[in-house]
Design a protein around this ligand. Sequence first.
Ligand SMILES: [Zn+2]
Length: 277
Amino acid sequence: MRVYISADIEGIGCVVRSEHSSPGGREYERARRFMTAEVNAAALGAFAAGAVDVVVADSHNVGLNLIPEELDERIRLIMGSPRPLAMMDGIDLGFDAALFIGYHGRAGTADAVIAHTFTGRIAEVRMNDLVIGEIGLSALLAGHYNIPVVFMAGDDAGCREAEALLPGLATVSVKQGIGAYAAICPHPTVCREKIRTAAEQTLLRCRREGFPQPLTMAGPVTLQMRFTTASSVDRVLRMPRVQRVSGTIIQYQAADLPEAFAAFNTMADLIELTPFI
Ligand SMILES: [Zn+2]
């Protein structure tokens, strides 16, 4: 069994504000140790369930958060950026299952800790009428390569979002949001133990009873993005085939999911290029 883990930082236990998630922030060094420990916990569970290969994608910011020498020695780490598939780069190498660690709710979700979708300048993302955030985008990319997401650890709201989107998914909530930048947090050791146990039991169950169906979106994809400002639309309109729907909304007609994601990923980068809004 080969297992892929995509790891973000905003959905890690005891991470609640930008002081944790921004490199250089007062609490960032602690947050990345917590992130490394939760990834290790998931990987230990996967190895205990019979995984022979665990690949981890460091998927926050520029991909330099996990502390390599503190990871389990059996893990292969995907780090750095830019990467064509962003948070899911390497998923095309062939895996039996994907796990999400440190994932979080999409932009605009109530009581979701540090909820956002790639950047604070994106208010909503739709693909063929499905409103999605990072959970949905990553699950669709995995699904394109026929790989199911079987487990996620993150905040309460993120877990609910993932469960609604992905039938058969197991989750571990590592904190309960009480607003966008505050949460009730169990002790980090408690979260890690829950993640290790749940990852192992979930993968053992999948091996015994079969893996769930991947989330897929076949055929053409209509991508709609709503930005927080009209100037973001002004900027992305320089991309071929981007159409303005309203002051803050664009539409892009893609032939398939990879093209829709590439367009999304390019626009997410493009609007971050300028310091003004
Ligand atoms: Zn994120």
